[in-house]
Write a protein that binds this ligand. Structure first.
Ligand code: C5P
Length: 225
C-alpha cells in the first residue's frame, strides 16, 4: 500500500468533533506509511497552556506570545508540551471548548500555519482537522469530509470519556458538541466546512473498520487514476 504513489501527496480528513477523524486518520496514515497531523491537538495544547496560565480566551496577544514560547512535539502516539506529556490532559471537553474559542482568531491561526505545513514531508501526509482541505492544504490530492449526526457523535464521545472521567453526562455532552459545532461552523475565519472537492463520508451506521474501508476505497480510487 505504501508504494501506491511515488510522489508525496496529502490526504485531508476534516469534519466536526467526534466524527472519528482521529481514529480513521491514524489508521490511514499507518497503512500508507504517511506522516500524521492532528491539527486539533495543536489548538488544544495552546488552549491547555493558556488555561494553565490563567488566561481568558479573549487575551489574544498573551496567547499569541505563548505560542512563540511553547514547544509542541508529536512523538509516536504522544503529545508533549515542552517536556510534559499532555496527550490525555488536552482531551477534555472544557479544553475543546477553550480551543474552539481561540480558534476563531485570525492571529492565532496565522501563528500556527507554518507549523502545520511543516508536517508535509515524504512520503506524504494525512492531515485531520476543520480547515485542512479548505485552507491549509487546498491542493491536497484526496479530501475527505467525515461526519455523523450529533447524537451519534455524542454517544461515541460518551463511551470514550466514561472510561477516563467519572462525571460525564450524555445530555450535557450532546449540548457541548452542538455548541462547538455551531461555533466552528459559523466563525468568519476558516469555518468548519467541506471543501468543494471533498468526498463526504457519513459514519452514523458504520463501524470504525467500515468507515476506514470506505475512506481507503476513496483514496485508492483517486490515486489509481
Ligand atoms: O479536532 P478537535 O476536537 O481536537 O479540535 C478542537 C478545536 O480546535 C475544534 O473545535 C476547532 O475549533 C479547533 N480546530 C480548528 N481547526 C482545525 C482543527 C481544530 O479550528 N484544523
Amino acid at each position: 500500500m505504501s508504494n501506491l504513489s511515488k510522489k508525496p501527496f496529502i490526504i485531508t480528513i476534516d469534519g466536526p468533533a467526534g466524527a472519528g477523524k482521529g481514529t480513521i486518520s491514524k489508521l490511514v496514515s499507518q497503512n500508507m506509511g504517511f506522516h500524521y497531523l492532528d491539527s486539533g491537538a495543536i489548538y488544544r495544547v495552546i488552549a491547555f497552556e493558556a488555561n494553565q496560565k490563567g488566561l481568558a480566551t479573549d487575551q489574544i496577544s498573551q496567547i499569541t506570545e505563548l505560542i512563540d514560547e511553547i514547544n509542541i512535539q508529536f512523538i509516536g502516539d504522544k503529545i508533549f508540551l515542552t517536556d510534559k506529556d499532555v496527550s490525555e490532559l488536552i482531551r477534555s471537553e472544557d479544553i475543546g471548548k477553550f480551543a474552539s474559542e481561540i480558534a476563531k482568531n485570525e492571529e492565532i491561526r496565522k501563528n500556527i500555519l507554518e507549523f502545520q505545513k511543516s508536517f508535509f514531508k515524504p512520503p506524504g501526509l494525512v492531515a485531520d482537522g476543520r480547515d485542512m482541505g479548505t485552507v491549509i492544504f487546498p491542493k491536497a490530492k484526496v479530501k475527505i469530509f467525515l461526519t455523523a449526526s450529533i447524537q451519534e457523535r455524542a454517544n461515541r464521545r460518551y463511551k470514550q470519556l466514561i472510561l477516563k472521567e467519572k462525571d460525564v453526562n450524555l445530555t450535557d455532552l450532546f449540548q457541548r458538541i452542538k455548541l462547538r459545532d455551531e461555533s466552528d461552523k459559523n466563525r468568519k475565519i476558516s469555518p468548519l466546512k467541506a471543501a468543494n472537492d471533498a468526498y463526504l463520508v457519513k459514519t452514523d451506521n458504520l463501524s470504525i473498520k467500515q468507515s476506514y474501508e470506505k475512506v481507503m476505497e476513496i483514496i485508492k480510487s483517486k490515486i489509481d487514476r
